[in-house]
Design a protein around this ligand. Structure first.
Ligand code: SAH
Ligand code: SF4
Length: 391
C-alpha cells in the first residue's frame, strides 16, 4: 500500500478564497450582522435589516440588491457597492435516463466539484460536495483518487442548494413557502466529494443556513451527513449541526477496513463504534445509517454479515447496502445481486432495516463514489492514453 496522508493538509485547506469577504451568501446571521454594521447600518436597524436581507436571499432567491423593495433606495445602492450575492457557476448539467441531474460546478480559483440531484417518488435528494477532491484515499472511491485542492466555503456549500433550486424553479411565490413534504428538493445528503468532517465549520454554517426557518427551511432530519469516521468530530456533529449521521463502515475487521477506508488506521472499528454509541442524539427515531459498499469477494460474505450485526449490537441503526459503482481503473467488482440479497437477508433477520441502494445516474457517472472533476478525469485519461501509446 502506498503511504497516503490520512490527515488534511491544513495549509492548503485554509487558503483564503477570493471575493469571499464581500459575498453575503454563506454568512451566518451573526456574520451578516457584523458586515452590515461595518458598512454603516445604524445599530437599532440591524436586526430588521438582517432579517429582510436574509429573506430576500434565502426565501425568495433574489440575487440583485435592486429587487429588495422593502429597503430604501440609497441603502440598496450602498449594499450593491459594498457586497455581492454570489453563487458558484454551473459549467455543465447532465440529465440521466432516470432523471438524475449532475451539475459540474465551478468555484473560485477555477476548481470544480459535482452536485447531484436525485428525483424520487414524492421527494428529491440533493447530494452535495464539501471539498474539492478529498484528502482521504478510500481505495474503492473515485473521488479518493483526486488530490485534494481545497475546502469549500460555506457559500459554495449552501450555493449548491441554491443553484439547484434555480434549475428546478423552486423559489416560492411570495408568501407561499413550500412544505418539506411537497418539495422537489426535500432532502440533503453530504455524500458528494470530500470528507465533511474535515471541513467542519463551513459545513456547519451552510447547514444552519439551510435549516433556518426564515429561509430555505429544511428540517434537520432531512439532512444526512456522511463521514468516513473522523471520530473526534462525531459528537460535535450532533451538538452543533443536529443533522442525521451516516457512517461509511464498509468492513467488519480492521485489516480489511484499513485497506478500504485508510482513516481506520487512525481511528479503528472499536474507536468508531464507541463514538457512535455515545452519539448524543441517538434514538430509535434517529438511527445512524451504516453505509456498506458491496465489493465482490472482499467484504460480502455471510460471515461478514453476521460479524456486522454483532459489532453494531445496541446501536439504533439502519444498514444501507451500496452495490459498488465501477469507475475506470477501479480495483474492485460489484458483488453479484444474489450475494447482496443474501447479505441483506442476514441483517434483516437480525432486526435491522437493510435497504439495497439503487444506483442512480450511472450513465452520467453520477452514482456514489463516481464523482470526480471533469478536468481531473480528462487529465487522467490523457495520462492513460499516453501510457497506452508507450509515451
Ligand atoms: N467522504 C464521506 C462522504 C462522501 S462518500 C464518506 O466517505 O462518508 C458517500 C458514500 O459513497 C460513502 O459511503 C462512500 O463510501 C460511498 N462510495 C464511495 N465510492 C463508492 C463506489 N465506487 N461505489 C459505491 N459507493 C461508494
Ligand atoms: Fe473521501 Fe469519502 Fe471517497 Fe473516502 S469515500 S475518499 S472519505 S469521499
Amino acid at each position: 500500500m502506498t503511504d497516503t496522508p490520512i490527515t488534511p493538509e491544513v495549509t492548503a485547506l485554509a487558503r483564503p478564497v477570493p471575493g469571499e469577504a464581500r459575498n453575503l451568501v454563506g454568512k451566518t446571521r451573526d456574520q451578516l450582522r457584523a458586515m452590515l454594521l461595518a458598512a454603516g447600518t445604524p445599530e437599532r436597524q440591524l436586526r430588521m435589516r438582517v432579517g429582510q436581507i436574509w429573506q430576500w436571499i434565502y426565501q425568495k432567491g433574489v440575487r440583485d440588491f435592486a429587487q429588495m423593495t422593502n429597503l430604501a433606495k440609497d441603502y440598496r445602492a450602498m449594499l450593491a457597492e459594498t457586497f455581492t450575492i454570489e453563487l458558484p457557476e454551473v459549467v455543465t448539467r447532465q440529465v440521466s435516463e432516470d432523471g438524475t441531474r449532475k451539475y459540474l460546478v465551478r468555484v473560485a480559483g477555477g476548481h470544480e466539484v459535482e452536485t447531484v440531484y436525485i428525483p424520487e417518488e414524492g421527494r428529491g435528494t440533493l447530494c452535495i460536495s464539501s471539498q474539492v477532491g478529498c484528502t482521504l484515499t478510500c481505495s474503492f472511491c473515485h473521488t479518493g483518487t483526486q488530490r485534494l485542492v481545497r475546502n469549500l466555503t460555506a457559500a459554495e456549500i449552501v450555493g449548491q442548494i441554491m443553484l439547484v433550486r434555480d434549475d428546478l424553479g423552486e423559489w416560492p411565490a411570495p408568501g407561499r413557502a413550500p412544505k418539506n413534504e411537497t418539495r422537489l428538493l426535500s432532502n440533503i445528503v453530504l455524500m458528494g466529494m470530500g470528507e465533511p468532517l474535515y471541513n467542519f465549520e463551513a459545513v456547519r454554517d451552510a447547514m444552519k443556513i439551510a435549516m433556518d426557518g426564515e429561509g430555505i427551511s429544511l428540517s434537520r432530519r432531512r439532512i444526512t451527513l456522511s463521514t468516513s469516521g473522523v471520530v473526534p468530530e462525531i459528537a460535535r456533529t450532533a451538538r452543533e449541526i443536529g443533522c442525521m449521521l451516516a457512517v461509511s463502515f464498509h468492513a467488519t475487521t480492521d485489516p480489511v477496513r484499513d485497506r478500504l477506508v485508510p482513516i481506520n488506521r487512525k481511528w479503528n472499528i472499536a474507536a468508531l463504534l464507541a463514538a457512535l454509541r455515545d452519539y448524543p442524539r441517538l434514538s430509535n427515531s434517529e438511527r445512524i445509517t451504516f453505509e456498506y459498499v458491496m465489493l465482490d469477494g472482499v467484504n460480502d460474505s455471510d460471515e461478514d454479515a453476521r460479524r456486522l450485526v454483532k459489532l453494531i449490537a445496541g446501536i439504533p441503526a439502519k444498514i444501507n447496502l451500496i452495490p459498488f459503482n465501477e469507475w475506470p481503473g477501479a480495483p474492485y467488482r460489484r458483488s453479484p445481486e444474489a450475494r447482496i440479497r443474501a447479505f441483506a437477508d442476514i441483517i434483516y433477520k437480525a432486526g435491522y432495516a437493510s435497504p439495497i441502494r439503487t444506483p442512480r445516474g450511472e450513465d452520467i457517472m453520477a452514482a456514489c463514489g463516481q464523482l470526480k472533476s471533469a478536468t481531473e478525469r480528462a487529465r487522467r485519461s490523457r495520462r492513460e492514453i499516453a501510457a497506452e501509446a508507450g509515451l
